[in-house]
Design a protein around this ligand. Structure first.
Ligand code: UDP
Length: 417
């Protein structure tokens, strides 16, 4: 699903010229740098979403950027999902056999990737799945960065202890929020993720396309619409969203879309989807959409059709779906957790909630105060534009790469334009 590369220049209109100039100046200091990103899926989830857009922009800027993935059998994904759940605070069992298989799988991947990784100047390892690659590349010459996208503010200790051992050897780590940073023996940077305003997921769409998408899924445009877009994952609390919808429903003829899909590195999706279907029962106004990985325009249209976007997660590394909704001028009812707190400024760009009751209360309020809903949506769009666009994240990654590949004494000046 690699989308057409968009020219960097095209971002000036939405993100402003200044950031484009800064990005160009920074990149000129590290031209031809061999940069490799490694994660565990090309499809599904926020990391893949960003890399699809970020890597081509780095290439346009003259960096020799590439993207590799680690792959494994089902047991590998079961263990890495347990890491994910454990890092987000769930007590999970890590069995010896699972850990040994995990390490053996990464070792197999290392055999395939060693040349490119050892030859790279900068390697970004995303999340825990590929993390042991570092020690499997003993002749590495570049700087290795562990890029953690997960909410590790309150990890289940045994899981963090195991992973900390692995990531402590990196040259630097990057977290999405200050609250996620953990004591590690190397420089830590804070870089929130971002969305691409020009991608199929976020570009502007015609009203006809939005209407056509609604017709395709049997959504009535005369009645209010709530939308949550998420992988079917317990931390996204889709069942809690249905509970909130039911409470709103007794006051308003609202409809609900739960649009999801599964990531190839997430083995739990199907079971959660079954639970969600069961919770929805035969309510014709709950639309559970199991979408293919490349349904970007469909998701774009659904987010635009929404009156309110919900992201009622109980844990959330960042929540790109929140940014996507804000960019489309929608107020977001978001779980009071992780990266959602950075984006949903309570009472300004949306509401932070902790329970289905809280979500229902806020949804009812906004549906009855359309002027407030409108104003919140406008603020949300402005905030997303100022803080969470891809060009800002690109600038921060370039800055980190410049810092790691230059001596402390070397002064880098970015000219004001
Ligand atoms: N997404 C998608 N299809 C789906 C579910 C999600 O394209 O069925 C996209 C969504 O639009 C967003 C990303 O996947 O861009 C999810 O990122 P987020 O940070 O919200 O959550 P994660 O899945 O990484 O936990």
């Amino acid at each position: 699903m690699t989308s057409e590369p968009t020219a960097l220049e095209a971002y000036a209109d939405v993100a402003g010229r200044e950031v484009i100039e800064q990005v160009r100046q920074l990149a000129s200091r590290i031209r031809d740098l061999r940069v490799v990103h490694v994660n565990s899926t090309r499809e599904g989830g926020g990391v893949a979403e960003i890399l699809h857009r970020l890597v081509p922009l780095m290439q346009q800027l003259g960096l020799a950027a590439s993207w590799e993935i680690v792959m494994g059998e089902e047991s590998y994904y079961r263990t890495t999902k347990a890491f994910h759940n454990g890092l987000q605070g769930t007590p999970v069992q890590l069995d010896e056999m699972g850990l040994r298989r995990f390490e053996a799988t990464v070792a197999d991947n290392a055999d395939r990737l060693r040349d490119v990784l050892e030859g790279a100047d900068v390697v970004f390892i995303h999340d825990p799945q590929p993390a042991p690659l570092l020690k499997l590349c003993p002749n590495r010459r570049g700087k290795w960065i562990w890029r953690c996208h997960i909410d590790v503010s309150h990890p289940y200790r045994p899981v963090w202890k195991y992973l900390r051992n692995i990531v402590a050897g990196y040259d630097a780590s990057v977290f999405s929020l200050p609250a996620f940073a953990q004591p590690l023996p190397h420089p830590e940077y804070i870089v929130p993720p971002s969305i691409d305003p020009l991608s199929q997921k976020n570009m502007s769409l015609s009203e006809e396309e939005v209407a056509e998408t609604c017709t395709r899924f049997g959504i009535d445009r005369e009645r209010p619409l709530l939308v949550q877009v998420s992988r079917f994952d317990r931390f996204k609390d889709p069942v809690g969203v249905i509970a909130a919808y039911r409470q709103v429903r007794s006051f308003s003829p609202v409809q609900l879309v739960l649009a999801g899909g599964s990531a190839t590195d997430d083995p739990e999706g199907e079971a959660i989807l079954r639970e969600v279907r069961q919770a929805a029962g035969d309510d014709a106004d709950i639309h559970i959409l199991d979408l293919p990985a490349d349904a970007h325009r469909t998701i774009n249209a659904l987010q635009r059709a929404a009156d309110i976007v919900v992201q009622k997660s109980t844990r959330e590394g960042f929540g790109l779906t929140v940014t996507e909704a804000m960019w489309k001028g929608k107020p977001v009812i978001g779980g009071d957790t992780g990266g959602i707190r950075l984006q949903v400024i309570d009472h300004h760009t949306g509401f932070l909630v902790s329970t289905p009751e809280g979500a229902a209360l806020r949804i009812r309020y906004l549906l009855h105060h359309r002027d407030k809903l409108q104003r919140m949506g406008e603020k949300a769009r402005q905030f997303a534009r100022e803080s969470f666009l891809l060009t800002r994240q690109l600038r921060e990654y370039l800055t980190i790469m410049v810092a790691l590949t230059h001596d402390a004494g070397e002064r880098i000046e970015i000219r004001q334009t």
